[in-house]
Design a protein around this ligand. Sequence first.
Ligand SMILES: [Mg+2]
Length: 301
Amino acid sequence: MLFLEGEPKAPPANLTLSPEVPHYSVPELHVIDFDDNISSTKAAIDGLLAVCRQQGLGESINADIIQQAREQAWRRKGSYNILELLEENLAPEVMADVRTRYRRGEGGHTLAFDDVVHYANRLSDDPSTPNFILTYGENVDRYPDGGWQADKILRAHTQGSLPPGYAYFMPHSRKGPVLERLHNRVDDTYDMLAFDEDNNLIAMYHAKRAVLIDDRKTSLANAPLNCTTMYMRRADVPATPKQEEGDLPPGTIQIESFDEVPVSKEIEPLNEAARKVELQRVAAFVPLWLYSGLTRDVVPA
Ligand SMILES: [Mg+2]
């Protein structure tokens, strides 16, 4: 799993991929929000409390302390930072241990909603459907290890319920304009680098459409024309004010489970290399425009 921070960066203008890299055309790329879309915020906190309890830290970190922090944040109309709360109440090495255990999936409480596992399998089944997590990473610049957002994503990954091998942390939550920037306007496609589990570049996928799935209406606004927006409103989870803020962009499809999201398995080779080699299993899809680690070995300038 890879993490990048900050705004999308453009690749060098003269970027060309070696002809040996297979290129494929696919109908769609899935762009998936994390919090309250894939994962339950309640389960995230319950899991943390369980880890702390198991470590004998229940006096320092418990439901009351979290509730107090939440109420203080409401009063100042901000949000509370869970890692700051840990910092205030635990010694640095104890906090580091708690975070390691949390990332390892200890303490139970499955982060992902039940329907996510099935959706993840549908995306991963051969041939893999391009997908990645696009998430607001709060205070991610303060934590080089990805902070609480990475803690949750790694935990969900360890628990075996995540589709992608890649998550991109945005410093805000307006996803439409970010997708617009990822969109290749010349070919009207979303171009994705495909990596195997050893992080080797194995192919390029060009998706004709994006499907953006998020539980906030405001995150879906201003998406490119070739992007289907889906608003996740889970019937059994009470809506938060942020989820109800704003209006649904025209044409948005409202869903209450990932079971309602179709996953396409169509794939078409675009070059000689793709016709020659067997389709390989993809561990992570990274948007070309977010990737700055291309080397001359794979990408002759
Ligand atoms: Mg969300």
